[in-house]
Design a protein around this ligand. Structure first.
Ligand code: FAD
Length: 418
């Protein structure tokens, strides 16, 4: 294990859209910034989307500009595969231990892909929520940043195979790389660790994991993405056939004290956006959205109003009681109350999308100065450690970016006070 020491004004934990935005804003005001992410690539959940509302642009359009600003700003030191191991307060500053896991591919990598072409081992593709496989030496996608492969040592056969080492013209593969520790001294910390999808398997009545035609909203983003497992084709996963009917189950586990007691605020808009993906690809398909109430705040209401004019998108008000597979028709059945008519409805469709919420990635136990509420959202208590993005509360990208700017101002005030 190697150990490095660095000092900086600001540490940003998490390089999703929140962390990237705050690192850039801080660096462009003259601060030195350490930006870390636990994944081999940055961009967080947005990097997995097909397009994002309200403008429906692909994730690249926002991320690429930010990545260019990041690449060309020497004030930002980026570490991927990196997590905070310890935080100690010392004379008004923080000593932070950062653990950097080995990538096994060094910075000489040009992402030419020769290594992946000869790699004989397969591993589940985490970027696509394990819907397909990738090679042990892999890169999340063609625009991942850093443009550097990573090796999954759980499936790589190491030196007994060595094919990637032999084929690499740039001497970029280092099978013997070990973990590194960085001792960072910083004035201020921004927590931007974002969210992970709520585990839909917890909601037994919705049958996620029991049938491949019951998927979640984040899986739908990967299905619709041109670099996803189906190259952007939204299909019935059980048969790879074209779909003619889809139902969205809103608040799948959300606003329910048995699962996630809060509203994730974006799921209604995410489903409305995904209904549009389906209608663009399958002009004949009928789309049903089962909702409790539609939450489309501010400018998002006009997006909702526009999409709801589509006669093939049907809104049904009422909580879904259960989802099941009917083997006779080979359809999925959504059972729900329609509170507008008072009837119980059974809606047969070919694909069900569960609109699950966002569960915060809290960092418990690092220091008494960072605390999280009972749902895992960051309590903002102290100016020296602040937060932005979904870790403070559920929100969409535009609000995340505004909050990131605000967090930098708080960090600057702390630094100027010290
Ligand atoms: C289905 C769905 C669709 C959506 N569609 C849209 C849309 O179209 N438009 C829109 O505006 N919003 C949309 N959203 C909301 C959007 O995803 C969030 O606003 C956005 O992801 C928040 O960014 P973030 O940086 O806070 O979090 P994240 O995107 O989660 O990024 C957090 C980063 O922190 C890293 N991290 C986590 N823990 C650690 C740790 N311990 N150490 C180091 N790094 C860590 C992660 O690897 C990640 O890179 C959607 C949400 C859902 C659920």
């Amino acid at each position: 294990m190697t150990q490095n020491k660095i000092s900086s004004n600001l540490l940003v934990i998490g390089a999703g859209i929140a962390g990237i935005s705050s690192a850039l804003e801080a660096a462009e005001t003259g601060l030195n910034v350490i930006l870390i992410d636990k994944e081999p690539f940055i961009g967080g959940n947005v990097a997995r989307f097909n397009r994002y509302f309200p403008k429906l642009c692909p994730p690249g359009c926002g991320l690429e500009i930010n990545i260019r600003r990041l690449r060309t700003n020497p004030a930002i030191k980026l570490f991927t595969l990196a997590e905070v191991a310890s935080v100690k307060k010392n004379n008004g500053k923080y000593n932070v231990g950062i653990k950097v896991s080995p990538r096994h591919v060094n910075r000489l990598c040009t992402a030419c892909g020769d290594c992946a072409k000869v790699c004989p081992e397969k591993t589940a593709n985490e970027f696509n929520y394990k819907m397909d496989e990738t090679t042990s030496v892999n890169i999340a996608n063609e625009s991942a940043y850093p443009q550097q492969y990573v090796i999954d040592m759980k499936t790589c056969k190491g030196e007994s195979c060595n094919k990637c080492v032999e084929v690499c013209k740039y001497n970029a593969i280092e099978l013997n790389q070990t973990e590194e520790t960085i001792d960072a001294e910083v004035d201020s910390i921004i927590v931007a660790t974002g969210w992970e999808p709520y585990n839909a398997e917890n909601i037994e009545v919705l049958q996620f994991g029991k049938h491949s035609d019951i998927i979640t909203n984040v899986i739908m983003e990967r299905l619709a993405s041109p670099n996803g497992p189906t190259k952007g084709q939204i299909l019935r996963l059980s048969s790879n056939e074209k779909i003619n009917s889809v139902a969205f189950v809103q608040c799948a586990g959300s606003r329910d004290e048995n699962y996630l007691e809060y509203c994730s605020s974006v799921c209604c808009m995410a489903s409305i956006k995904q209904a549009k993906y389906i209608r663009e690809q399958h002009p004949e398909a009928e789309v049903h959205i089962h909702y409790i109430d539609i939450r489309a705040n501010g400018i998002l209401e006009s997006f909702y109003n526009e999409v709801s004019k589509d006669e093939k998108i049907h809104f049904h008000r009422g909580k879904v009681a259960k989802v099941f597979h009917n083997p006779e028709t080979n359809k999925m059945v959504v059972e729900a109350e329609d509170t507008l008519t008072g009837n119980l409805m059974q809606n047969p469709v070919e694909l069900v999308v569960l609109a699950t919420g966002m569960k915060p990635n809290s960092l418990n136990g690092l220091t008494d100065e960072i605390s999280f509420d009972k749902n895992g959202f960051l309590n903002l208590t102290n100016g020296a450690i602040t937060g932005c993005g979904v870790i403070t509360e559920p929100k969409e990208v535009a609000s995340v970016v505004q909050e990131a700017t605000g967090a930098v101002l708080t960090a600057l005030q702390t630094i100027n006070r010290n």
